[in-house]
Design a protein around this ligand. Structure first.
Ligand SMILES: [Zn+2]
Length: 98
C-alpha cells in the first residue's frame, strides 16, 4: 500500500534556500550569494564557484511615461484634433450648399 504523508518533512529544504548545481553550495537567497544588479535583471552567483544560480527580472517602479513623453503625446493629440477639425470644416463646406 502506498501512503503519502500530507505533512511536510521538517528535513525539507526551505523554499528560500538556493543550491549551486556545480559545487553543492547552499544557503538562503539573502545570505552568501553574490548578487549582481543589472538594469533588466538581478543575477545570483555562487560565492564558491561563481556559477550563475538564477536570474530574476527587475520590475522598475518608475512610471513608463515621463513628463517629456507626456508633452509629446499631448502635442500629437492636439495636432490630430486640429487635423480632424480642418477635415470636418472642409467636408461641411462640400456638403452644405451655400
Ligand atoms: Zn558553486
Amino acid at each position: 500500500m502506498n501512503m503519502v504523508n500530507p505533512q511536510p518533512s521538517s528535513d525539507a529544504p526551505d523554499k528560500a534556500v538556493l543550491f549551486c548545481p556545480d559545487c553543492g553550495h547552499h544557503s538562503r537567497y539573502d545570505e552568501e550569494w553574490h548578487v549582481v544588479d543589472a538594469r533588466a535583471a538581478t543575477r545570483y552567483l555562487c560565492p564558491s564557484c561563481d556559477t550563475e544560480i538564477t536570474v530574476r527580472p527587475r520590475f522598475d517602479s518608475t512610471p513608463s511615461l515621463t513628463a517629456r513623453s507626456c508633452r509629446s503625446l499631448k502635442e500629437t493629440v492636439d495636432a490630430n484634433v486640429r487635423l480632424w477639425q480642418s477635415v470636418w470644416r472642409r467636408s461641411m463646406r462640400l456638403c452644405v450648399p451655400g
